[in-house]
Design a protein around this ligand. Sequence first.
Ligand SMILES: NC(=O)c1ccc[n+]([C@@H]2O[C@H](COP(=O)([O-])OP(=O)(O)OC[C@H]3O[C@@H](n4cnc5c(N)ncnc54)[C@H](OP(=O)(O)O)[C@@H]3O)[C@@H](O)[C@H]2O)c1
Length: 218
Amino acid sequence: MRVVIAGGHGKIALLLERLLAERGDQAVGLIRNRAHVADVQETGAKAVVCDLEAASADDVAVLLSGADAVVFAAGAGAGSGAPRKDSVDRAASVLMADAAERAGAGRFVQISSMGAGQPPRPGTDEVWAAYIAAKTAAEADLRSRDLDWTIVRPGRLTDAPATGQVRLAAPPIPAGTVPRADVAAVIAALLDDPGTRHQTLELTSGDSPVAAAVRSIS
Ligand SMILES: NC(=O)c1ccc[n+]([C@@H]2O[C@H](COP(=O)([O-])OP(=O)(O)OC[C@H]3O[C@@H](n4cnc5c(N)ncnc54)[C@H](OP(=O)(O)O)[C@@H]3O)[C@@H](O)[C@H]2O)c1
């Protein structure tokens, strides 16, 4: 399977690229900084430079030619303000979905966030509100498309080692944390299971092995 990962130098993306390479899939990481090429290649993936805040859908569709699946793993990241929540967390996902449709890459897994899908609580910090609004709009855009999409909303991410044990279910599930390594393992399993399409799933650490958790919602 050829899988193109938007935000290919992100922490989850690098873990996912390694998992995909280990099982014989071809991962392609889209990055915006040439200095990150070696890190992506070191996972066994291919690196392609593409700034998702500057590229057109046609530009990206060319890069998706021959792809079986797309993973949206980009994010404006901590320290960014409201405008980049919109230009990355919303607009770059819309761009990838548009390009996936044009290129005929049917499978699309989007990393969203717990908290998306409902208005932020009154009094919420402005940047967090912009982030949740961006993720909510990106989800809505993806649901409107003729793609085999799956939306994954992780809880707060940690850099702890993989546990292989998760809670994955339709919202709402109780808030919680989850290691990025477990998120990567869940996405790899979702890519393998087209029966999980057209679902919005929340994800935290839990007590189900990843394969069983994915099978249970397939
Ligand atoms: N932090 C949390 O607790 C949490 C919880 C739930 C969901 N999430 C979501 O989970 C996803 C992945 O998280 P993560 O920790 O793996 O993210 P991360 O390490 O911050 O990686 C995000 C990647 O997106 C890339 N990116 C930003 N703008 C770009 C652009 N214009 N073109 C191409 N790439 C661009 C960044 O590249 P540069 O290195 O060049 O900036 C970075 O490599 C994000 O969507 C995040 O919002 C996070």
